[in-house]
Design a protein around this ligand. Structure first.
Ligand SMILES: Cc1cc2nc3c(=O)[nH]c(=O)nc-3n(C[C@H](O)[C@H](O)[C@H](O)COP(=O)(O)O)c2cc1C
Length: 189
């Protein structure tokens, strides 16, 4: 079951504009992170769910998508994400944010797996303008953004392919292909 969920849980960059997602559903995903491992059990990460239209638009304006596909409009016009979860390190709990990028990866994947299980899809966005987001959401100074998670109902079904040299994802006839290295290529003997 976990294997199937992992296979289904691709990065989604086109969202169904007719399907909304509620704040309560985002809170369900955030709640799952409380069960995650945490460096020194500090649980320094905080989460800001974003579903309000004007805030969603501002966050979107601060994000960059699909760096390998600069000539394609991604997400397509009208298929932008309807919601976000902003992952942040609380520097009042952990002064140095760097170790908490590891925690960020763990909780972010947990959130996206839960989203997938709930029938949604999402994308981790590491390429963002933190100042625009901080201002748009009136975030206090002690919260340092570590990752942005876009979430909504998927309007695409990316396909995993075998990696034959180039790891760059690509699109063919509207389908997004994601090359994955083989087991043989990632195991060191
Ligand atoms: C830490 C992290 C940051 C990422 N940042 C971005 C980003 O800024 N923009 C984007 O479109 N995708 C981003 N991605 C998604 C990756 O491009 C994606 O995971 C990769 O292409 C593999 O596709 P898959 O998630 O479907 O397996 C990020 C992924 C990770 C793990």
């Amino acid at each position: 079951m976990l294997r199937e969920l992992l296979e289904k849980n691709r990065s989604i960059r086109s969202f169904d504009p007719t399907a909304k997602i509620t704040n309560e559903e985002l809170l369900d995903m955030i709640d799952c992170t409380r069960l995650c491992p945490s460096s020194a059990n500090l649980q320094a990460l905080k989460f800001c769910p974003v579903t309000e239209g004007d805030k969603v638009e501002k966050v979107f304006s601060a994000t960059k998508w699909a760096g390998y596909l600069r000539d394609t409009k991604i997400p397509p016009e009208g298929c932008e994400p309807p919601a976000y979860i902003i992952v942040m390190n609380d520097t009042d709990i952990a002064k140095n944010t760097t170790p908490f990028f590891k925690d960020t990866g763990i909780v972010s994947h947990t959130i996206l797996l839960r989203a997938c299980e709930m029938g949604y899809g999402g994308c981790m966005i590491g390429s963002f303008d933190k100042d625009i987001i901080k201002e748009a959401l009136s975030l206090p100074d002690n919260l340092e953004i570590t990752l942005v998670l876009a979430i909504g109902k998927a309007k695409e079904e990316p396909v995993i392919t075998e990696c034959t040299g180039d790891i760059k994802y690509y699109r063919e006839n509207g389908t997004h292909f994601v090359p994955k290295r083989s087991l043989r290529d990632i195991v060191v003997k």
